[in-house]
Design a protein around this ligand. Structure first.
Ligand SMILES: [Zn+2]
Length: 415
């Protein structure tokens, strides 16, 4: 009998997404298997099929999924996992009616986290991030994008990206590092375009030379960078071999999402204030719309991305946790479960958005985000009978088994 590392059998319903990323999510293109099993060797799926066939064809560590539902591991395509400190008193301020922009303008918000992060060592940042990452894994997140952006200077940004690299080395999660131009530092007050130029001409080439990031990202919005400054930074990243993504149209609309028509972008994130007519550009250019439902809650702002227009245009919709000190919930599982309430996604759309479409947002959908032979073996068995329970139940951890890169990181006793 062929030897493998792990066999998971007796899966009542396996949502595979073997057909790839989905613009319009319809059941006939999702590839749902009943009574399924998978075999895993060397970190990838080597067989996906009927439970009985897989179970008796291979020899390896056997995991009985108890007839529950399973899906690809969750891919979180937008996190600010590395930072120091917390901002719980700003939560109270926001509840009293002070806006996020106002807090930022007073030197709080991101700037406060910058002060704390600059003062922290690599070891301090790493141990905190590892603690959060293990919580993410326990809740089914097996792939995580990690941004820099809380140091703003060369030394500190490099340190944050080195933390991201170490996270990927010591954890079974796959980590995708991103160099983020978050806000201009206070020392550049009134000289934002000077900072954008320094970022594009000095920081981007240095990070690229050291191989520390896959992506370059910019917070394009009022109070951060305008469309021209964002373009300068993103173009520098593309020129130096990085891929590009962008925070766009979150707090205001200053034309940021229009850059999707002009630059090679993999993803536009947030989009709470994107005009509906821009949805077509994303669909035509293959740019994923990465929406952040828990972040919308944390902003305490009624603005919503134009989901119906994105769906109608056939744009790929992903979701992410946007874990950051303004939105301290690091769980893609929670983002997925509340997406039906906040974004009116169907349960199946929410699951696609948190797996295969999130992988597309990170341009790794040819090997991650689906349960398919040759794909990275990320799998979650859920305490749900079928995918329609996504959002239907929420607020507690529903993972029973979590496999990340072929390693079993969680296994509840199902008997
Ligand atoms: Zn963000």
């Amino acid at each position: 009998m062929p030897r493998v590392d792990v066999v998971v059998y007796n899966i009542g319903e396996l949502v595979t997404f073997a057909g790839g990323p989905l613009g319009r999510v319809s059941l006939d293109r999702v590839y749902v298997l009943r009574d399924a099993g998978v075999a895993i060797r060397d970190g990838v799926f080597v067989a996906v099929g009927r439970s009985g066939d897989v179970r008796f064809r291979f020899d390896g560590f056997m995991v009985d999924a108890g007839g529950f539902m399973a899906s690809p591991g969750l891919v979180d395509p937008h996190t600010h996992l590395v930072f120091a400190g917390s901002r719980e008193d700003e939560f109270e301020l926001k509840l009293s009616g002070v806006s996020y922009s106002e807090i930022l303008a007073r030197g709080g918000g991101i700037y406060r986290t910058v002060r704390a992060t600059r003062a922290s060592s690599l070891e301090e940042l790493l141990s905190r991030a590892l603690r959060v990452l293990s919580l993410m894994l326990d809740h089914g997140t097996t792939v995580v994008e990690v941004k820099s952006g809380y140091a703003l200077d060369l030394e500190g940004e490099v340190r944050m990206l080195e933390v991201a690299r170490r996270l990927g080395e010591v954890s079974p999660a796959l980590v995708i590092p991103t160099l983020l131009a978050h806000v201009p530092p206070l020392e550049y007050k009134g000289r934002v375009s000077d900072y954008a130029r320094w970022f594009a001409e000095t920081l981007v080439p240095e990070v690229s030379r050291r191989g520390l990031a896959v992506y370059v990202d910019v917070f394009c919005d009022r109070g951060a960078f305008d469309a021209a400054e964002s373009r300068l930074i993103l173009e520098a990243g593309l020129k130096h071999g990085l891929r590009a993504r962008m925070h766009a149209d979150q707090l205001s609309y200053i034309g940021c999402s229009r850059l999707a028509g002009e630059l090679e972008l993999d993803s536009l994130d947030h989009l709470e204030r994107m005009p509906g007519e821009n949805a077509r550009v994303l669909a035509e250019r293959g740019v994923t719309a990465t929406l952040l439902p828990t972040s919308i809650m944390a902003m305490m702002d009624p603005a919503r991305p134009p989901v119906a227009r994105l769906r109608e245009a056939g744009a790929t919709i992903a979701i992410g946790s946007d874990y950051n000190p303004n939105n301290m919930t690091p769980l893609q599982q929670t983002a997925m479960d509340i997406a039906p309430y906040i974004l009116q996604l169907t349960p199946l759309e929410a699951l696609a958005a948190a797996t295969i479409n999130a992988a597309k947002s990170l341009n790794i959908h040819d090997r991650v985000g689906a349960v398919k032979e040759g794909y990275r073996a990320d799998l979650v068995v859920w305490d749900m009978e079928n995918y329609k329970w996504i959002g239907y139940t929420w607020g507690y951890n529903k993972t029973l088994v979590v496999v990340a890169g072929g390693r079993i990181v969680k296994k509840k006793d199902l008997r």
